[in-house]
Design a protein around this ligand. Structure first.
Ligand code: UD1
Ligand code: MG
Length: 452
């Protein structure tokens, strides 16, 4: 059976105190919305509809950047969760299969939980995800009888007895898509908030002789983000889990608490990560690599045996082949370095290819930008770039070619050639001594004058 996801993301998130729509605030480098979509991906949805309202343009861009197939619909006025789901109706016209409702601000629902939810749908027409709340607060309460869900009552509308229930509504619901919309048609707004409650569909389903059930998950999974403090706590929870997983997978972290992962970081077994390393989005590190302290990596691939850092920066589009060495204060952007290439000190390599076992000397800069266009630098295998070479792109350095230290290279260098691009040195015998004598005499005169 096919599955459609409906992700509610129209709310303002007033308590974030932000110009950015709430669902676009990031955890581990990805918007909350993307975490929710990734969570839902375990159900292998054939259709995904995001309901946007506040900041809809930005939400649309983020959703479609993530997956161009996603449909974004608008809910211009936020009249309640049932009203929000109703906005997805046209987008899902003709869809036959299950619809699962998720919240865009609830990033941590696990794969196991959603799988259990889908499974429970085999025995119930409507399935709701609940959790035992340590502090049930203002959550909706699940009114149950055995394994049957009778209805959900919102806190504001609940009696004292109902408020004593600790089994709460996460907001996640699964039902046959046509059934869901038909139930939503019957939802009214005669309640304490004057809103169209999605939660009402449970009672309505039971009135029609349909069955409703529930599954539960740990409360941590249903954690919704409403404030910056909750965002920070969610980030911490994400990082703690990512570090534990890395350790479990055979990655050495000398000081786990100081390593910061992105939502999609992949690190192979027996790789060593020293303290204070930050991974931005899109990084894969193979097995047996070594990322040294204070390095920052994003959008790059590091192969087996490579050593990066300390204090290295790898920016998007970097491919390091096996056994590459990137040393301190080196920045690499949009560049491929073949096996065994070395850039050990104080260099910038951007928009470049560096051949196998080439050696890039300290202080080398690829001058890739002329103020308007970016240009490429190609460095051949086993080339030797002398310290402090400026490679003015576009430029090619041949295999086993050399550049003299301090050169400004503006023309291509053929294979095996040595290029010298600097002023010829002149030596003036005795001139330094004469200059020193003169300057010291001048100083002595000044000091004498000052003492008089
Ligand atoms: C909702 C549930 C409550 C549950 C709680 C869990 C209802 C009526 N209540 O309450 O049972 O315990 O979530 O967190 O469903 N949204 C829209 N458009 C709207 C209204 C909401 O897109 O018109 C989105 C919000 O952006 C948010 C989600 O739906 O992502 C939930 O809305 P929220 O207002 O937080 O619902 P609660 O009152 O917390
Ligand atoms: Mg809420």
């Amino acid at each position: 059976m096919e599955t459609a996801l409906i992700v509610l993301a129209a709310g303002q998130g007033t308590r974030m105190n932000s110009d950015l729509p709430k669902v676009l605030h990031p955890i581990a480098g990805a918007p909350l919305l993307v975490h929710a979509l990734d969570a839902g991906a375990v159900l292998d949805p054939t259709r995904t509809v995001v309901v946007a309202g506040h900041g809809a343009d930005a939400v649309t861009r983020a959703a479609q950047d993530h997956d161009a197939e996603i449909t974004v619909v608008r809910q211009d006025e936020q009249l309640g969760t049932a009203h929000a789901v109703a906005q997805a109706r046209d987008a899902l016209a003709g869809f036959t299969g299950d619809a699962i409702v998720l919240y865009g601000d609830t990033p941590f629902i696990s794969a196991d939980t959603l799988t259990a939810l889908a499974e429970a749908r085999r025995s119930h027409d409507v399935v709701v995800l609940g959790f035992q709340a340590a502090d049930p607060g203002r959550y909706g309460r699940l009114v149950t009888a055995g394994d049957t869900l009778e209805r959900i009552v919102e806190f504001k509308d609940a009696t004292e007895d109902e408020r004593a229930i600790t089994l709460c509504n996460s907001g996640v619901v699964a039902a046959d898509c046509a059934t869901l919309f038909s139930l939503i048609d019957a939802v009214g707004n005669d309640n304490a908030s004057g809103e169209y409650y999605l939660t009402d569909i449970v009672g309505l389903a039971r009135d029609r002789g349909l069955t409703a059930g529930f599954v539960t998950c740990p409360e941590a999974e249903t954690l919704g983000i409403n404030t910056r403090a909750e965002l920070a706590a969610a980030e911490a929870a994400f990082q703690a889990r990512a570090r534990a997983e890395a350790l479990e997978n055979g990655v050495t972290l000398a000081a786990p608490d100081t390593v910061h992962f992105a939502h999609d970081t992949v690190v192979g077994r027996d790789t060593v990560i020293e303290p204070n390393v930050v991974f931005g989005p899109g990084v894969t590190v193979e097995s047996g690599a070594h990322i040294r302290a204070f390095s920052h990596l994003e959008g790059c691939h590091v192969s087996r045996g490579a050593i990066v850092g300390p204090y290295a920066r790898l920016r998007p589009g970097v491919e390091l082949a096996e056994d590459v060495r990137i040393g301190n204060f080196v920045e690499i952007k949009n560049a491929t370095l073949d096996a065994g290439a070395k850039v050990n000190h104080l260099s910038y390599i951007g928009d470049a290819t560096v051949g196998e076992a080439a050696n890039i000397g300290a202080g080398t800069v690829t001058c890739n930008y002329d103020g308007v266009f970016k240009h490429r630098t190609e460095i051949g295998a086993r080339a030797f770039i002398g310290s402090d070479t400026m490679l003015v792109a576009p430029v090619k350095i041949g295999a086993e070619a050399m550049t003299a230290s301090g050169s400004v290279i503006t023309m291509d260098v053929p294979d095996g050639a040595l290029a010298v691009g600097r002023a010829r040195q002149e030596v003036k015998p005795g001139l330094a001594r004469r200059l020193f004598d003169k300057l010291r005499a001048q100083k002595a005169k000044q000091q004498q004058k000052a003492a008089e």
